[in-house]
Design a protein around this ligand. Sequence first.
Ligand code: ADP
Ligand code: MG
Length: 256
Amino acid sequence: MPMRIAIAGKGGTGKTTIAALLCRSLVKTNGVKPLLAVDADPNSCLHERLGITPSETIGELREQLRAEPDKIPAGISKTEWIERLISEEVAESVGFDLITMGRQEGPDCYCYINNLLRSCLDKIGQHYKAVVIDNEAGLEHLSRRSNGKVEALLVVCQPTVIGARTAMRILELIDSLSLDIGKAYLVLNGCDGEIPESLQALFDETKLEVLARIPTDQQVFDCEMESKSLLDLTAESTAAATVDAMVSKLLEEAKQ
Ligand SMILES: Nc1ncnc2c1ncn2[C@@H]1O[C@H](COP(=O)(O)OP(=O)(O)O)[C@@H](O)[C@H]1O
Ligand SMILES: [Mg+2]
């Protein structure tokens, strides 16, 4: 069974950055491969942070099918056909593949693609040692249960009062939906000093373990400015080194 790690949190908190650093750490530092990265944000940009060219998105495949429904061979269902296409389409890279969910055209498509994504992840994911899912900003992906089961959910937030409140809201939602999540953790991003006690108390209310405090890292900024892959960062990058430590902890816990 692959280890599935999903990332949730508000927009701009660093989810995609952390997803890319997770891929780097799993594949390059720890040799956990093959790995499947899933970009489940309609404004997909995980491929940019990984420095790879994505193949067609699930949304695009679906549009093609809608335009040419006759393409589906007789005897197989639409879902099976899309699954087959997705298996062929995963953008192969060194040690890992990437699936990009892409945009959906209308509200009805949203659930449909999410459902497809879930069923595909369950099936295609079996071939990988780890699956990293970078989610969209909102909480819809959680409420629509598009992730299927995940072993670890990383709730990314900034070390601020708003960050703590958002984390709380995500957790309430998780509780109310009885999602299939092994363990949820907090990941504080942009954490550059001691957290005041009053703020720590707010995070404590979530009752979640803080898995990592990731510092603001100039090298992460530079990679983005120069369109370089976060996969190529070395452990000299403070953010990459912190994610390395975070992954060690996750792998340790997975063994138990
Ligand atoms: N630890 C960090 N150090 C420096 N820059 C960061 C860090 N985390 C995120 N960023 C920057 O913050 C911005 C938002 O991050 P991103 O990962 O795209 O957030 P999200 O996916 O949650 O919307 C990006 O410009 C990214 O490069
Ligand atoms: Mg993002």
